[in-house]
Design a protein around this ligand. Structure first.
Ligand code: NAP
Length: 491
């Protein structure tokens, strides 16, 4: 991978970020030298960041453990105000942070700005939750004793995040951990470490004490995290990423019965009934499918549309996707950036080719875009037959496969016919049907006549093999708290 000169403002955004490991409040080199960060729109190297060894990670955990006691005793208001100041600082620097994110991840600037705002909102939300960590006092039903419960920080955490939302997947964990009084080691994705390093710098400037947040960037994720997971001083693992890696981490965590939260893969069905407002359904489909270029765990993976409206829905969605402008996310008016790498693009191509070979028809797109970078056309496939891999595997790209159904029962059965259970989208104007189908969907979240569910004030998370635990909402902080019950003798 080559390195070419960037425009000055892009270079400045890259230069402004520390490139080393953050351990105990100091920026230090990694024992294994550096690793390259690439621009997925060009394939060129943007910069290098430190490459941590297992020994570096151990030092990061040492620092988190050393800071835990004081941090847990820091008044909740003080913890909350650090988060609030960080929210303000991120909001003030949104454009510069969005540029950084676009450079390392590829999505258009407008989408990066959206993620900066969404990601920062978790910090504001949890700044408000920090002061609402309460307990309970009650009388033993049989009389005599009193029952007191209190909630305390779980202790040092390991937080592992993916590349698709380089900031928000971090703030969803870091925000509640800080609010609850936990210290942490964060391991961002190798492909997108810069947004996380920038966040760490801003948290430091906002007054976060040394050692509370430690950042370990590495090219050897498994090697570096396995010893931490096996270390009895670690008390919690929160992971966002693929189901496959999540299962491996749960299995490693079983040895020490480590507390875990798992935000894993999705395969969201998007159901449109014949009574739906079709204009709204097409708009919602555009958001649910194309946000983040389809590289989202919440992305609508497959469209199940009632037979009488399936052809019209497919054609209208294709017409909208045809209008999207593909290009490097830093360019003006670009709607769709590149995929993260060639492996991901190869997987998208494979799934599309499989569906077409089985008889699906391509209404728009259907191929890779030649030239540098990892671009793939916005694609709509109609009449996708049962058995196509696209209907059961997570596509993680700008591809909308449409299949039709005849009855409500068939729609529900198709929607639930997956190992995943993160989110489902449902479009109908019939209130009774809306409630019936919502109750029958085996997912942690439902978008009802709405193509976007993510909201820092709401509990985000899945069921089945999409994982367990919730991020955001009042539930989000509970993941970082342990309940202690005290039996009090008052006689
Ligand atoms: P991934 O390959 O599972 O990687 C996620 C993170 O885990 C990265 O930091 C990665 O490091 C690290 N990792 C990989 N293998 C590891 C191992 N054996 N031990 C410890 N850490 C390991 O997932 P991804 O491709 O980055 O992200 C896409 C997936 O995330 C999709 O399936 C998507 O649905 C899911 N996701 C879920 C949610 C949710 O909230 N449910 C949100 C966003 C994304 P490296 O980068 O160094 O490989």
């Amino acid at each position: 991978m080559s390195s070419t000169a960037l425009p000055q403002h892009e270079q400045q955004a890259i230069d402004s970020v520390p490139k080393r490991l953050l351990i105990g409040g100091r920026w230090v080199d990694g024992e294994r030298g550096t690793l390259a960060v690439e621009d997925p729109a060009t394939g060129n190297t943007l910069t290098e960041v430190a490459d941590a060894s297992p020994a570096d990670a151990r030092k990061a955990l040492d620092a988190a453990v050393a800071a835990q006691g004081d941090w847990a005793r820091t008044p909740p208001r003080e913890r909350g105000e650090i988060l609030r100041r960080t929210f303000d600082a991120i909001s003030a620097r949104a454009d510069e942070l969005a540029l950084l994110m676009t450079l390392e991840m590829g999505k258009p600037l407008a989408e990066s700005r959206g993620e900066i705002s969404y990601g920062a909102e978790f910090l504001r939300w949890f700044s408000e939750e920090a002061v609402r960590i309460d307990g309970r006092y009650s009388v033993n039903p049989a009389g005599g004793n009193r029952l007191l419960t209190m909630r305390q920080p779980v202790g040092p955490c390991l937080l592992i995040t993916p590349w698709n939302f380089p900031l928000a997947m971090g703030t969803r964990k870091i925000g509640p951990a800080i609010a609850a009084g936990c210290t942490m080691v964060v391991k961002p994705a190798e492909q997108t470490p810069l947004s996380m390093l920038a966040l760490a710098q801003i948290l430091g400037e906002a007054g976060l004490p040394d050692g509370v947040l430690n950042i370990v960037t590495t090219s050897t994720a498994r090697e570096v995290s396995a010893p931490l997971i096996a270390d009895s001083r670690l008390r919690k693992l929160s992971f966002t990423g693929s189901t496959e890696v999540g299962k491996a981490l749960v299995s490693q965590s079983a040895e020490g019965l480590l507390r875990t939260s798992m935000e894993l893969g999705g395969n969201a069905p998007f159901i449109v009934f014949e009574d739906a407002d079709l204009d709204a359904a097409v708009e919602g489909a555009l958001v649910a499918k194309m946000r983040n270029g389809g590289e989202a765990c919440t992305a609508a993976n497959r469209f199940h549309v009632a037979k009488p409206v399936a052809a019209e829905f497919s054609e209208r969605l294709a017409a909208r996707l045809k209008e999207l402008r593909i290009g490097r996310g830093t360019e003006p008016d670009v709607d769709l950036g590149p995929l993260i790498d060639n492996i991901q693009r190869g997987k998208v191509s494979e799934l599309v080719e499989d569906a077409v070979a089985r008889g699906a028809s391509t209404l728009t797109g259907g191929s890779s875009v030649p030239g540098p970078g990892y671009f793939y056309d916005a694609t709509v496939l109609a009449d996708v037959p049962t058995g196509s891999r696209l209907l059961s595997e997570e596509v993680f790209g700008p591809v909308a496969p449409v299949a039709s159904f005849e009855t409500e029962a068939e729609a529900i059965a198709s929607a639930n016919d997956t190992q995943y259970g993160l989110v489902a989208y449902l479009y109908t104007s019939d209130l009774k049907r809306a409630l019936r189908v919502t109750e029958a969907l085996e997912t942690g979240m439902v978008g009802l006549n709405q193509g976007l569910v993510s909201n820092p004030a709401a509990p985000f998370g899945g069921v089945k093999q999409s994982g367990f635990g919730r991020e955001g909402g009042p539930e989000g902080i509970a993941e970082y708290l342990s309940t202690k019950y005290v039996a009090i003798n008052v006689d």
